[in-house]
Design a protein around this ligand. Sequence first.
Ligand SMILES: [Fe+2]
Ligand SMILES: [Fe+2]
Length: 356
Amino acid sequence: MSMKRRDFLKTGGALLAAGSLPLSLVEVAFGKESPQNFTFAFISDSHITHIKGNEFVRNWDMGLKRAIAEANLMTPRPDFIIYGGDIAQLGTKEEIDHGLELMGALRGKVHYVMGEHDYYVDLGDYWRKQLGPDYYSFDHKGVHFVVLNSIVTYDEWTHQDWDSPMARMKEMARLDNPNGSPFMVGPTQREWLRKDLEKVDRDTPIVVLSHSPLQKIYKGWNFWTDDAEEVQALLKPFNKVTVLYGHVHQIQYNQIGNISFHAVMATAWPWPYPSTYSQEASHLPKLTVEMNRADPFFERDATGWQFINMDSGNIDVHYTLPDNSNRVVAFNEDKGHPEDTKYQAEGNQIPPQEHY
Ligand SMILES: [Fe+2]
Ligand SMILES: [Fe+2]
């Protein structure tokens, strides 16, 4: 499919007019006129929550439904859709079934990423039964995509003597999980990744899709992957590497060596930044210009969508944020890292929201 960027922007504009959109639209392109240009949609963190019987928390259902409706309206069609993890809140069969039933309305192939909320009740059994392997790779129009399950942890924690599987799930389902354990990719997947990348040319752009950040931001909330450095080392030989991740429900971006990092928004709710909420020091990337805190009285505030342009194999993210100023985080070729095109400069922070 050949699609020029301006055509995509036109499409984005049409979608923008439809309102606040809790999904990510991604354009990957190499050279403005390249026949390799294509788009994919990115939806993440819907946290479908079962109440009882056929009842589910309406707000989280609506966030996912809205994302699906907008993805179905994309013209031209996205080549595929990524689901970034945490489709469920407590990983139950009811929640996963309901989430996948909603996702059934989405037209197009979906590649799923495992989130901790999908995993810790049965260690991913039901998710895998429905969706297949939790780590894999695929090639699409010149880009090598890698999906990792980055939310596993140490066996001593996972297999300790829990009162019930749900007790284990609930320890990991909290934002602050003092009895939890740090996420990691783990040695099995790292070895698989090493082998998977052996066959990939060093100039092939790599896009890694993970649930947790493959960088260390704040351990107390598991905005963290314990073996991030080891995974980064495996990606180091490649010229253009981008990691897209969910889990943090907020804008984050960073550059570590050759690797650009971008978080995507959730369809369910935003998380605050660790420093504003817990008043604790965090390793939020210095590059990241923070979003405003969300107004809790607006259901979709600080959820949002973005489309991503990858003309040169590096990514520019266009965030569209209801009740917040729109953002463009673009790769700066001269500086070799992403930066906000409007708010990056010191003293040029985002104007505060008026409802505060
Ligand atoms: Fe999440
Ligand atoms: Fe998560």
